[in-house]
Design a binder for this molecule. Structure first.
Ligand code: SME
Length: 163
């Protein structure tokens, strides 16, 4: 059960969420189950417009567990924000999607976006994509905590694996 937070800073919300996600995922080895719960926990905590994962399959990113409206199923190598994050193996923050060349608009309500690469044993295996229906939603605080959440650098013990 994810605790609903009282209004507080974004950093405090992430700090509260980290151990909860650790608890949710620590005894579950299944990738899809863990990604599904992480997407739900992020949506429930922050109310983001769309939260989901794309998983690398060959030359494409294929839609994985998500929370939100129906989305594009396949993203070719290097296309869109997700493809760029995969290619560059780094988190990309987009304050205004209309200013990002090649942005893929799965929904016209999406105004800003963050995409975080998902690694397993040093290999990129997918990305976390979060869309907001407001401009300028994401910053370095989101990048820092989302990288920790999806790459398991959470909890006081040594990093566990969700894959
Ligand atoms: N906007 C993304 C595509 C995925 S949807 O936002 C869910 C992109 O440009 O890669």
């Amino acid at each position: 059960m994810i605790q609903k937070m009282k209004p507080t800073t974004k950093e405090e919300q992430y700090q509260s969420l980290l151990p909860q996600i650790h608890e949710l995922t620590k005894n579950e080895p299944d990738l899809i189950a863990n990604l599904a719960n992480i997407a739900a926990a992020l949506k429930q905590t922050f109310g983001f417009f769309w939260v989901g994962f794309y998983i690398i399959k060959g030359n494409e990113l294929v839609l994985g567990p998500f929370q939100g409206l129906v989305a594009c199923t396949r993203i070719p190598l290097g296309k869109g924000v997700c493809g760029a994050a995969r290619k560059e193996r780094r988190t990309i923050i987009v304050p205004d999607v209309e200013q990002f060349p090649g942005h893929i608009a799965c929904n016209s309500e999406s105004k800003s976006e963050i995409v975080v690469p998902l690694f397993s044993n040093g290999e990129i295996i997918g990305v976390l994509d979060i869309d907001s229906d407001r401009l300028n939603t994401f910053d370095q605080t989101d990048a820092e905590y989302l990288e920790k959440i999806i790459n398991c650098k959470i909890g006081n013990n040594s990093p566990h694996t969700i894959f």
